[in-house]
Design a protein around this ligand. Structure first.
Ligand SMILES: [Zn+2]
Length: 376
């Protein structure tokens, strides 16, 4: 059993690994930067006893997989995370990696390079203390922040070969609750085509795409059902050319969140079923549900109970919470593979300028992850 004190011995090296990971900037959109981080990470994982391989992705950054042999015959445990961040190249100039006020700060430190450093050191500790465990696989993808389109198939294939998936996204809140439920996410583009006309001279000739779309946004708003945790948000809207022209085109992009797969199917058919109020307008809907919900199934709860039990033996209280945000854990949970999310670092400010992690929580999280791996 790895104690928090054992993990504490790794804290300095873990922090310097984290600094190196943060200082290689890796926005999802910049393939050469992400690929550079993938190479660096693969070499760190090799150093710690993993057999690393790089999955080449066209048009996205590459993905890193590392396999660590185990002693038992049971199926491998998949540790899942991502190396991309939402931060553009050059962010480090304004937000350099730094340690201050008991925290480490910097772009991606919480979401989720801290989780990568924790995973590396959990494996290093298990090896150092010769703790027997099942085979462990790590997969760090490069496109999680932009929908995981190029990595989803790899994630799903490895998940199906695994007994459980431990997701290294940050814990929830400053006490680092793990995540046992995540909403599913849908994104739709709704395009309305009307007929242009002079708004003053021949208003009757026109059919306003903007007026039609405004009406449809009201309809979409009516689909929101807070009791079911179902939300619809028209987050972007565009249309028209000038105020004295009846608009021929209008467009919106809509974010949908659902708690259950059944709600996903229902809202999908409602959005696709939008019909124009003005029959001279046309509505075209594209997109769909791109992350299924991670439902709090019995398998998820059983995995959480195991984590809570390992936590108790380390003197830690591990809570569970739901979240509206999606992760790659949504894919693996939807396949029926036991999945527990939020096992990464503890902090606040993901995607925000105050992104930071609590240094004091690094050792407990590393010991928890190591203990959970050993317990599976
Ligand atoms: Zn993340």
């Amino acid at each position: 059993m790895i104690s928090v004190a054992d993990a504490r011995e790794h804290q300095e090296v873990l922090l310097s690994d984290l600094k190196a990971l943060v200082e290689i900037e890796s926005p999802s959109s910049d393939k050469s930067s992400v690929d550079h981080l993938a190479e660096f990470l693969a070499s760190r994982l090799e150093y710690h006893g993993g057999h690393a391989q790089i999955h080449i992705a066209e048009g996205f950054g590459n993905h890193v997989q590392a396999d660590f042999p185990g002693v038992s015959e049971s199926k491998p445990i998949l540790l899942l995370g991502h190396i991309d961040t939402v931060w553009e190249l050059g962010t480090l100039k304004q937000m350099p990696f730094r340690v201050a006020d008991g925290r480490a700060w910097g772009p991606g430190v919480l979401d989720m390079k801290g989780g990568i450093a924790v995973a590396i050191h959990a494996m290093a500790l298990l090896r150092e203390h010769k703790v027997p465990h099942a085979a462990v696989r790590m997969l760090f993808v490069s496109d999680e922040e932009v929908g995981s389109h190029s990595s989803r198939a790899i994630t799903e294939r490895l998940a199906l070969e695994s007994q459980a998936v431990l997701v290294l996204e940050p814990g929830q809140g400053l006490n680092g609750a793990v995540k046992t439920e995540r909403k599913g996410v849908g994104v739709y583009e709704i395009r309305v085509t009307g007929e242009a006309a002079h708004a003053g001279v021949e208003p009757g000739k026109g059919a306003s795409a903007i007026h039609e779309l405004a009406y449809q946004v009201g309809v979409l708003d009516g689909f929101t059902d807070p009791h079911r945790g179902l939300t619809v948000n028209a987050g972007l809207i565009r249309g028209g050319t000038r105020s004295n022209v009846i608009a021929a085109e209008a467009w919106t992009e809509v974010d949908v969140r659902i708690r259950t797969a059944a709600d996903g199917r229902a809202i999908d058919s409602k959005v696709r079923g939008l019909r124009p109020r003005n029959d001279r307008c046309r509505i075209e809907v594209t997109g769909g549900i791109n992350r299924p919900p991670m439902e709090r199934t019995d398998k998820v709860v059983a995995l959480y109970r195991k984590a809570a039990e390992v936590g108790r033996s380390l003197g830690l209280k591990i809570d569970e919470l739901p979240t509206g945000g999606g992760s790659d854990g949504n894919f693996t949970a939807a396949l029926g593979v036991p999945t527990l999310d939020g096992l990464g670092v503890v902090g606040e400010g993901a995607h925000a300028v105050n992104e930071s992690i609590l240094i004091d929580q690094l050792a407990p999280r590393t010991a928890l992850l190591a203990g959970l791996i050993a317990a599976l």
